[in-house]
Design a binder for this molecule. Structure first.
Ligand code: CO
Length: 155
């Protein structure tokens, strides 16, 4: 496993739309392992492949809840319910935080690393994180949609 360089806001790769994963091979599994390492090392709760310069639809998330580490390959949000506003940050936008409105509850389908179709229903932080990471796959950062932005954790 190895740590990957995280692309920062301003890097054009973060504005691109990522391509679906065509084949779940050794290379992809290594990328997922390295992404998880990189996320943990930087105290993040999620990381999307474009943040490490790979324009493919792969995401890792660990909100330190009962779900733990999840790897989402070709994720698709199939259902959204309610609205919630809360503070977000992003490893690609260090030291900046913002208030972002998201669906309060989502259902997402994705492939796991064995190529099996998975369905997950999430609310709270996990739902927020799934939406934030899926936005990265569309080339969108939270600062593009935040209601307000501030430096540091405190408002
Ligand atoms: Co992010």
């Amino acid at each position: 496993m190895s740590l990957l360089d995280i692309r920062r806001a301003g890097d054009p790769v973060l504005k691109e739309v990522s391509q679906p994963v065509q084949k779940i091979d050794k290379q992809l599994k290594k990328l997922l392992d390295d992404m998880a390492d990189t996320m943990y090392k930087n105290d993040g709760v999620g990381l999307a492949a474009p943040q490490v310069g790979k324009l493919i639809r792969a995401v890792v998330i660990d909100c330190q809840d009962e779900v733990g580490l999840i790897e989402l390959i070709n994720p698709k949000i199939t259902y959204r319910e309610g609205k919630a506003v809360d503070t977000e940050g992003c490893l690609s936008v260090p030291d900046i935080f913002g208030e972002v409105e998201r669906a309060a509850k989502v259902k997402v389908e994705f492939l796991n690393r064995r190529g099996k179709l998975q369905h997950l229903t999430a609310k709270g932080l996990l739902a927020r994180c799934i939406q934030h990471e899926c936005d990265h796959l569309e080339g969108q950062l939270f600062i593009d949609i935040a209601q307000s932005i501030h430096r540091g954790q405190d408002k």
